[in-house]
Design a protein around this ligand. Structure first.
Ligand code: XIL
Length: 318
């Protein structure tokens, strides 16, 4: 069996991947992506974000994520939805309008209602708010925080809950796995959402790790458990493990394998860790080199789709 079927045998719901329509005409890529034994869930890497889905106010574009959803349905894969209220990849109107509390609240509600309704019944979960925190645990400067303070949190989660009562609603962020102050900030996010009368179901740990700098399985298990203790599901939502320099030597590939095993092992050790999504499965399409120049080769498959040592190590663990 592949990653997903083995992970399901271990009691998990999914082992999934980020994917998007720009990958769809790559035959070798698609042969793996459509193998439901390997990947049991898709999340659109970019096309479901606010910029691409509502480029001008009130005019919605669903073609990209609809196509990702359609391929998932065809292959009986799950669909995770990403992302609603996020400071990045916003359309120009969100960053340039002179908002008041009332008008920005209405714009957030309109966006979330349209997106979540369109995919109601299709999305296993939504990343409702993404990356609201700085690494020190304070709130990131964004149009949302500037105009609404922390009220944008319950406003976003309440709108999503109303539009699809069945979708699991997640707060998603990075570096929660390694930075205690940021994890404390995420606990405050959960409390603020609940204090505002809204529902949150889960915490997404992006799990963008670096070879040799990945938290140990024990430390990651403890961090996940902290949020399970708050009554939440948890997931590794964007797992990858980047080499600091490429091409990676044989020893670095072995360390990468141990790092992947620590991450997957932590999810296995926490019953309410529902699944794992890798942020692309092939180095050919990883976001890492474009965003972090010099780093790369972060995925389970090489650029020519051969299985790397990390792939074998994860399969052995499962
Ligand atoms: C990244 C995509 O992978 C890139 O293609 C894009 O240029 C920028 O966004 N955290 C997230 C994801 O929540 O949406 C980001 O995806 C990676 C970091």
């Amino acid at each position: 069996g592949g990653l997903h079927s083995l992970f399901v045998k271990s009691g998990k719901l999914f082992f999934g991947t980020a994917i998007d329509t720009n990958n769809f005409n790559d035959v070798a890529y698609q042969a793996i992506a459509k193998n439901g034994s390997e990947f049991g869930l898709y999340v659109p890497e970019n096309s479901q974000k606010w910029g691409p889905t509502e480029p001008t106010e009130g005019a919605f574009v669903f073609a990209g994520p609809d196509a990702v959803d359609a391929q998932a349905r065809t292959n009986k894969q799950m669909f995770r939805c990403h992302a609603l209220t996020w400071h990045s990849q916003l359309p120009q109107f969100v960053t340039t309008t002179a908002w008041t509390r009332e008008t920005l609240t209405a714009a957030i509600q309109a966006h979330i209602t349209a997106l979540v309704r369109h995919y109601a019944g299709a999305c296993y979960s939504w990343d409702v708010v993404n990356e609201a925190l700085n690494d020190n645990g304070t709130f990131r400067d964004s149009v949302f925080f500037r105009v609404l303070g922390t009220d944008f949190l319950p406003i976003s989660f309440a709108a999503a809950a109303a539009a699809d009562p069945a979708a699991k609603l997640y707060y998603n962020d990075f570096n929660l796995e390694t930075l205690r102050a940021k994890a404390d900030g995420a606990a405050r996010v959960v409390q603020l959402i609940r204090a505002g009368g809204a529902r949150i179901d889960g915490l997404g740990f992006q799990a963008h790790f670096v070879v040799g700098g990945t938290p140990s399985q024990a430390s990651l298990t403890a961090t996940l458990g902290r949020f399970v203790d708050m009554g939440l599901d948890v997931t590794l939502s964007e797992l990858d493990v980047a080499h600091n320099s490429v091409p990676a030597a044989a020893g670095a590939l072995q360390q990468q394998a141990r790092d992947y095993v620590a991450a997957v092992g932590a999810c296995l050790a926490v019953p309410r860790c529902v699944g794992i999504t890798v942020w692309q499965f092939s180095d050919k399409y990883s976001w890492i080199p474009g965003t972090f120049p010099g780093k790369g080769e972060a995925c389970l498959f090489s650029a020519n789709f051969s299985r790397k040592p990390a792939y074998g190590a994860v399969v052995d663990l499962l």
